[in-house]
Every structure is written in structure tokens, then in C-alpha cells.
Design a protein around this ligand. Sequence first.
Ligand SMILES: CC(C)(COP(=O)(O)OP(=O)(O)OC[C@H]1O[C@@H](n2cnc3c(N)ncnc32)[C@H](O)[C@@H]1OP(=O)(O)O)[C@@H](O)C(=O)NCCC(=O)NCCS
Length: 201
Amino acid sequence: MTTECGQIRARSTSQPEGSGTPQSPVWQSVGVLPRDRADGDLAGCVELARAVHDWDGYPHYVPADLRDFLVMPDAYGAWVAERDGQLVGHVALRRRTAPAPMELASAATGQPASQLGVISRLLVAPAARRDGAGRRLLRHAWQQAVNRGLWPVLDVATDLTGAIRLYESCGWTRAGAVTVTFRDGNSLDEFVYLGPPPPGR
Ligand SMILES: CC(C)(COP(=O)(O)OP(=O)(O)OC[C@H]1O[C@@H](n2cnc3c(N)ncnc32)[C@H](O)[C@@H]1OP(=O)(O)O)[C@@H](O)C(=O)NCCC(=O)NCCS
């Protein structure tokens, strides 16, 4: 099977997620490979985002329609994870995030913004936590970035400690902290993380 961009050959769902290359042992995790998000998944993804917002306060600022949070015009793709036929997780890969984290990520990697792939909208249903879905989604999005020759990066609010632990347990390194200021004057303190780079960088 190929993805929407035809750039990755997905493994059989019975094959361990961690068996692809390149990889580090920290990515090892067994389970069903995330699949492309389809239009028909959006209602379930909105429900998921609402549950995560209520549980974790992420996203911090909720748009009137949560579809606007999930469907981004600059996305390379978005993927969902299922367990027992239920949608339990979501992740996306996009071209950019706010200017301050983009600048820090560019400086830390030595790459122009066009060579970065920003992993975002990582969500796992509260009832499905600590079962490896977050790691599988993160790894999948990382692989999608690397397949495009992009260096995976992300920004995370400093209070999302579970996500921060996940990134660090998967070998991501903290490049620094920034404050993102939104158009309405709200601001958010964030850490910027760099994923394991694509081969040759
Ligand atoms: C962060 C999140 C995606 C993790 O999902 P998950 O499916 O529970 O993660 P996993 O089961 O794959 O966890 C993998 C590892 O990450 C670390 N980890 C994940 N959640 C953790 C937590 N709450 N506390 C401490 N460590 C945690 C652990 O090392 C864990 O391995 P272990 O369970 O063997 O100890 C989920 O908690 C979530 O949706 N949080 C709210 C949304 C969010 O913060 N998104 C990120 C926005 S940038």
C-alpha cells in the first residue's frame, strides 16, 4: 500500500512497527501502523480533539470549529491510529508552525525552513494512553518527514509533560524555548524539539 503521496510502502499490520529503517532502538514498538486520515475520519478526530482538550488542555486555544485545528492547508499529510476498530489517535506533518519556533529550529538544525517537517496535532484518546499509540504515531510522522528528505521538528507547550516525556524517550532533543504570541494577544511558552535527522544530515 502507498500513502497519499506514494512515498512509503506500508508494512503489513502484522509486522512490527519498529522493523523499518532507518531507526533507533528507542522507536521499537509493536502495533498497527497508522493509516492516512480520510475525510470520513474527521468527525471522529474532532471528537478525539475535544476529549483531549477537556482532559489535557491541548489545544490550549480552541477554534470555534475544531476541524480548523485538524485540517491545515500547509499539511503534507495526517494519519490516524485505531485500536479494535476505534479511532484512538491522530498526528499530522506540516510545513510550518509559528515563526519563533521555526526560527529556532532552523538555527539549531542549520536548515532552511523549507527543509523542516513540523510534526503536530499529536493526540491520543485519554482512555487509550500508555499503550504505545503515541510512540507509533510519532514514529510514523517522523518517517513521513524523512521520506520527504525533511528534518522532523516540533514545538510543544512547556506544560505538556506527558508529550515531552514521549519525545525525549524517543530520542528527540530539546533545542530551546520560545514564547509564541498569537494575533489576539494570547501567548504560550513552548519548547522546540528536533527529531533524529534524515540520513546524511
Ligand atoms: C502525549 C501523548 C500523545 C502520549 O500518548 P500515549 O499513547 O499515551 O504514549 P505512549 O503510550 O506511546 O508512550 C510512550 C512513552 O512516552 C512516555 N510517556 C507518554 N505519556 C507519558 C506521561 N503522561 N507521563 C510520563 N511519560 C509518558 C513514556 O516513556 C512512555 O513509555 P512507557 O509507557 O513504556 O513508560 C498523549 O498523552 C496525549 O495525547 N497528550 C495530550 C496531547 C498532547 O500533549 N499532544 C502533544 C502536543 S505537542
